[in-house]
Design a protein around this ligand. Structure first.
Ligand code: HEC
Length: 90
């Protein structure tokens, strides 16, 4: 499948932010791959409310896990990466 320029730019952003260190193939420890996340998030496509909840959740972390790479993301970058995953990141 050919990637759109937009998807490529987001892949580059994910590389720059070190996301593939854990979410690449094979993933690190218990991190899901982006392909797995994309499958899980696909149902939220076109749902702006769900999208912003996912952005929130990513940046805030949960009581179980705080991941620096997640929490360091700006609102803008987090939004862009979450949308990229919803749209089928790999
Ligand atoms: C140090 C390893 C590590 C790095 C670096 C990392 N992640 Fe994660 N990520 C994880 C782990 C482990 C999980 C699963 C546990 C969790 O959700 O906290 C996860 C879960 C996620 C989830 C699913 C959250 C949910 O439950 O809905 C998303 C989305 C995500 N990461 C995106 C990213 C993005 C984007 C980057 C780059 C900015 C990134 N991650 C960098 C380890 C990492």
């Amino acid at each position: 499948m050919l990637l759109s320029p937009h998807a490529l730019a987001s892949t580059q952003l994910a590389l720059d932010k070190g996301c593939y260190k854990c979410h690449g193939t094979p993933p690190k420890k218990n991190a899901p791959t982006f392909a797995e996340l994309a499958l899980r998030y696909a149902k939220h496509r076109g749902n702006a409310g769900a999208e912003s909840t996912l952005v929130e959740k990513l940046r805030r972390g949960t009581f179980l896990g705080h991941i620096d790479a997640h929490e360091r993301l700006s609102q803008e970058d987090a939004q862009r990466l979450v949308r990229w995953i919803i749209d089928g990141a790999r």
